[in-house]
Design a protein around this ligand. Structure first.
Ligand code: MLC
Ligand code: AMP
Length: 509
């Protein structure tokens, strides 16, 4: 056996070949045998269009069973999977493609014309497409192809995926994840969360980020579980399917939205075993309301693109709201000062981590990678944390200037650069303020150039950002001022802006 994660999956798939792997809302089902066959054909298609082991395959498509098969086909063919959020605009995609230089790019046919030009300019030689129903040039004539049966040999340290994560300097960095990284994390989560026969996963997360792909899908695949596959979170559909599910994973927004529904009841979740939350802080109040309504204690865990999952509240011991639990069995964590001095229990500092889940560095950015590692191999997460006397990890804030909106990360710098480039804008400050639904909402303060004050409007600026940035990064509100609040060192006081505008979305849903 080589280090290719797909070999481990195949063992499970063969043992469960007649069992359902994916079921859509309309009842259409693929068994693990059918999934294996489709993955083999897609792997053949990738090879046919020139994909070689180690080549990147960038994929920006809506969630569908075929999107998941394509992910697995990349592994089988020894390629490196590079998922892209469907919300990314043309300029954002242009950056990812020119940085990662994939051999192949699979996009949505509805955007094929726009994106083919961009991909061509980035040197991509094979451009395919796949629509939300599984049709497109990627799957055309697939049934005539012989499924690939062999799995391309990979070393455990060879790359399996590159996932872009927003950069502090305004540009995203590609986190390089190896087969070992993904496999160790999937096995650890499978064990830690007690995956068992009969588990059915309600999968409503997007497939292009760590949570929906490596946490939700990989653990379910390793278990040979059925996934009830929704194209996106839709409270009506989730409520309809919950009685048939055993496990659900979501960002806090999912749980906030479910609690807003009167038909989300104790009886509805009688068949459930586990609710997991992560990607953003779950408010203790939401945790308590959820317990009161359903009897279930949501299991909160913590992770990041560079490491997959890092800590988790326990399955069989006390789950403490407002904490992210204990380090996973094979992960080491410590809290340290900026200068690297390791702190004691209950002291607040930056969380540092190490383990087989930890990534291989940022694609093409060795200096950036070196800056974020300690000499002994610990990675500096940029999250402020403390470890309490009982060993529970608390994430108490962020040292990095990051907004998390509905589970998506937004780096203010990227939005500020976009605003500053708009004619008439002198400077801007972007910050996050509380939002009931999204947790935090992107908000901006703009200073106009002298004489251009009347040329700028809130709507005009939001519309201009929207042409450059994904919708979730675009400010939900823009305010104007004569000057940005700065301290004596000239640094913009974001904390003050956050306080001044904390009621902006009061009551917003
Ligand atoms: C969509 N919109 C958002 C948004 N999602 N705005 C702010 N924050 C968000 N998260 C905007 C769109 O741009 C659009 O605006 C409008 O809302 C409606 O779009 P939609 O697609 O219909 O929204 P909705 O279905 O309501 O999506 C909300 C959501 C979704 C919370 C269900 O964002 C989601 O599934 N989030 C999960 C993110 C996730 O998987 N994160 C994991 C990252 S991995 P307009 O203006 O265009 O009309 C990670 C590591 C770890 O963090 O630990 O897991
Ligand atoms: P990403 O870079 O998109 O993978 O997001 C990772 C970041 O999400 C982490 O560095 C944390 O800041 C945040 N995060 C993930 N899970 C949690 C959680 N349970 N509580 C608080 N923050 C979290």
């Amino acid at each position: 056996m080589s280090g290719n994660l797909y070999e481990s999956f195949l063992d499970v798939f063969s043992a469960n070949s007649g069992a359902p792997a994916i079921e859509l809302a309309d009842g259409t089902t693929w068994t693990y045998g059918e999934l294996t066959d489709q993955v083999g054909r897609l792997a053949r298609r990738l090879v046919e269009v020139g994909v070689e082991p180690g080549d990147r395959v960038a994929v920006q498509v809506e969630k569908s069973p075929q999107a998941l098969f394509t992910y697995l086909a990349c592994f089988q063919a020894g390629a490196v999977y590079l998922p892209l959020n469907t919300a990314y605009t043309g300029p954002e995609v242009a950056y990812f493609l020119s940085d990662a230089r994939p051999r192949c790019f699979v996009c949505d046919p509805r955007r094929a014309e726009e994106l083919a030009t961009i991909a061509g300019e980035a040197g991509v030689t094979s451009i395919l497409n796949l629509d939300p129903t599984g049709f497109g040039t990627l799957t055309d004539g697939l049934e005539a192809l012989a499924p690939m049966t062999e799995v391309v040999e990979r070393d455990p340290d060879d790359l399996a995926a590159i996932c872009y994560t927003s950069g502090t300097t305004g540009r995203s960095k590609g986190a390089m994840l190896s087969h070992r990284n993904l496999e160790s994390n999937a096995r650890t989560l499978h064990g830690t969360w007690g995956f068992q026969d009969g588990d059915v996963l309600l999968h409503a997360l997007p497939l292009f980020h760590v949570h929906g792909l490596f946490v939700a899908s990989n653990t379910a695949l390793l278990n040979g579980s059925k996934m009830l596959f929704l194209p996106k979170f839709d409270a009506d559909q989730v409520i309809r399917l919950l009685p048939r599910a055993r496990v659900m994973m979501g960002v806090p927004t999912f749980y906030v939205r479910l609690l807003e529904r009167d038909d989300f009841t104790h009886e509805l979740v009688a068949n459930m075993r586990l609710f997991v939350s992560g990607s953003a802080p779950l408010q203790p109040e939401t945790w308590r309301q959820f317990k009161e309504r359903t009897g279930f204690e949501i299991l909160e865990r913590y992770g990041m693109t560079e490491a997959g999952m890092i800590t988790s509240n326990p399955l069989d011991a006390e789950r403490r709201p407002g904490t992210v639990g204990f380090p996973l069995p094979d992960v080491q964590v410590r809290v340290a000062k900026q200068d690297g001095t390791v702190l004691d229990r209950d002291e607040i500092g930056i969380l540092e981590i190490k383990g087989p889940n930890l990534f291989q560095g940022y694609w093409n950015k060795p200096e950036k990678t070196a800056e974020e590692f300690r000499p002994d191999g610990f990675f500096i997460t940029g999250d402020n944390a403390k470890i309490d006397a009982r060993g529970y990890v608390h994430i108490v804030g962020r040292a990095k200037d990051l907004i998390i909106s509905g589970g998506y990360n937004v780096y203010p710098k990227e939005v500020e650069l976009t605003l500053d480039a708009i004619d008439g804008v002198k400077e801007s400050a972007v910050f996050g303020v509380p939002h009931k639904d999204f947790g935090e909402a992107v908000t901006a303060m703009v200073v106009a150039e002298a004489g251009k004050e009347n040329a700028l409007t809130e709507k005009g600026l939001i519309d201009a950002c929207r042409t450059q940035l994904a919708g979730y990064k675009t400010p939900k509100r823009v305010f104007f001022a004569d000057a940005l609040p700065r301290n004596t060192m000239g640094k913009v006081q974001k904390a003050q802006l956050r306080t001044d505008y904390e009621d902006t979305f009061q009551g917003a849903a």
